[in-house]
Design a protein around this ligand. Structure first.
Ligand code: BES
Ligand code: MN
Ligand code: ZN
Length: 499
């Protein structure tokens, strides 16, 4: 769907549907809503008077204007109580009304944004409206061939802005479009089945991103990975006929020698567990084990399209984890790229293996900060549930920056501790570390393992095993891939620029 910002009067819009927001606790009409109510001969007040619409959060009601306005319909969307309003509720409301209209086969709608809904947040309010509308309408349909003509699609949302706020709204919408495109990009990659999203195809997608100005892409192939001694990555790849790829995306929007932010994303295009094979129930969902990598690619893409004046590096170790005849096995000892040795106790704890070679590689860039994103542990879902990102790391300032970004984007983040005592659990009897220490504190021991390979840079790890994939539709996340952390990381980068 395309969003256009236009000058004009909403009440006069010749649209298939005019969208209006209403609060639960102030049903006295005012402003544009009052104007449109009057013009339409009281259609809205009649509905409210009958008690047919309470303006509960994301509630939608559609009124047919029958010629009273140029517009064919008025779509009311509830915003809940005024004092409870926040950016998340705003995103949810617009996702809800847009989906409702799409179900009616409406192709186009018009609205205007009350920028004063949240004090001091005009741009964020405009951005949230566009984000909610776009993210809520996402659907993944390339493999539907039967009944394609029945697929419904919204084409256009026109946002009517007055002279005074026009350029502010236009800028905010443009940014929202860039950021949601990056989320769409990540969702598309994650939704793609693993037979069509192999490490090589991921690398190809990275090359496509790098057609932009200021982005370069380097792909290390299997021979290079071997030559360099990234044996942890190589071991995970050893059971598959698909070659691993180590993807390096570099965006230089800042000064040439300015230290970059390095983002590392887990790129397991399919995780069967390897020899420590997973149960077959829900194994299909493990095509999403490259969600961190996809989010990192999307973030680099958005950083470039937003022309952020800083340097960002994206590192994505990409491979399958399969139990082939040449697969690595429990008991194997690997010499990682860092030189430190790892005893493999469980081949299903493969994410941390490929991530540590990338974390070692990250040091080459003398990073200002390193953030890694991975669907690393099922334990994170047990600890925090489906909606929450687990955060662990060594740098309090960096953690604060992430939390602050998450307050804006609504991607929930909760910190787990990385206390000394946990580090005992990953010591190996025979090698330096072991890759698995059983069920207790699984998310923490995974992060403790990563920390052993973290160089001399501020580091935070984000475990997205929960929110990467959504089995129940959420407000503006349709069932399936969420693209989580794209908006979070972009907001984090934007905040660094604002400072
Ligand atoms: N990719 C999985 C983690 C995962 C599980 C993500 C469910 C999303 C949903 C990871 O590679 C894994 O298998 N982790 C193991 C670690 C264990 C063997 C120490 C796990 O969580 O069971
Ligand atoms: Mn695994
Ligand atoms: Zn995995």
């Amino acid at each position: 769907m395309k969003i256009f910002v236009k000058k004009g009067v909403l009440a006069d819009a010749k649209s298939q549907a005019i969208i209006l927001t209403l609060f639960e606790d102030s049903k006295k009409l005012s402003g544009i809503t009052l104007e449109i109510d009057k013009k339409s001969g009281g259609l809205i007040s009649e509905l409210l008077g009958n008690g047919d619409f309470e303006a509960k959060p994301s509630q939608v009601s559609v009124i047919y204007t029958r010629g009273a306005l140029h517009a064919k319909r008025i779509a009311l969307v509830g915003m809940g109580k005024q004092s409870d309003l926040n950016l998340e509720k705003l995103r949810a409301a617009f996702a809800s009304v847009m989906r409702h209209l799409r179900n009616l086969n409406v192709k186009e709608a018009a609205t205007s944004i009350n920028l004063n809904l949240l004090p001091g947040k005009k741009e964020q309010v405009a951005q949230a409206v566009a984000e909610g509308a776009l993210l809520g309408l996402y659907q993944y349909t390339p493999y539907k061939t039967v009944g394609r003509e029945d697929l419904k699609e919204m084409d256009q949302l026109n946002i009517i802005a007055d002279e005074k706020n026009f350029s502010l709204v236009e800028t905010a919408i443009k940014k929202a479009q860039i950021i949601t495109s990056a989320v769409y990009f990540a969702r598309d990659l994650i939704s793609a089945p693993s037979n069509e999203m192999t490490p090589s195809i991921m690398a190809q997608k990275a090359r496509e991103i790098a057609r932009r100005k200021n982005i370069s892409c380097k792909i290390l192939d299997k021979d290079k990975i071997k030559e360099m001694g990234m044996n942890a990555l190589l071991a995970v790849a050893s059971g598959s006929n698909e070659e691993p790829k180590f993807i390096i995306l570099e965006y230089t929007g800042g000064r040439k020698n300015a230290a970059p932010v390095v983002l590392v994303g887990k790129g397991l295009t399919f995780d069967s567990g390897g020899i420590s094979i997973k149960p077959s129930e829900k194994m299909d969902e493990m095509k999403t084990d490259m969600s961190g990598g996809a989010a990192v690619m999307g973030t680099v893409m958005a950083a470039a399209d937003l022309h952020l004046p800083l340097n960002v590096v994206g590192l994505i170790p990409a491979t399958e984890n399969l139990p082939g005849g040449t697969a690595y096995k429990p008991g194997d000892i690997l010499k990682s790229y860092s030189g430190k040795t790892i005893e493999v106790l469980n081949t299903d704890a493969e994410g941390r293996l490929i991530m540590v070679d990338a974390l070692t590689y990250a040091s080459k860039f003398k990073p200002a900060a390193v953030i890694d994103v991975a669907t690393l542990t099922g334990a994170c879902i047990i600890a925090l549930g489906d909606d929450v990102i687990g955060m662990l790391g060594t740098d309090d300032k960096l953690k604060k920056e992430i939390i602050s970004a998450s307050r804006t984007t609504g991607e929930l983040v909760w910190e787990l501790p990385l206390w000394e005592s946990y580090h005992e659990l990953i010591k190996s009897d025979i090698a330096d570390y072991k890759n698995s220490s059983g069920r207790a504190a699984g998310t923490i021991t995974a992060a403790a393992f990563l920390s052993k390979f973290v160089g001399d840079y501020p580091w935070v790890h984000l475990d997205i095993a929960g929110p990467a994939w959504t089995s129940k539709e959420k407000a503006y996340v349709p069932r399936g891939a969420s693209g989580v952390t794209v908006r979070l990381l972009v907001e984090f980068l934007r905040n660094r620029v604002r400072k």
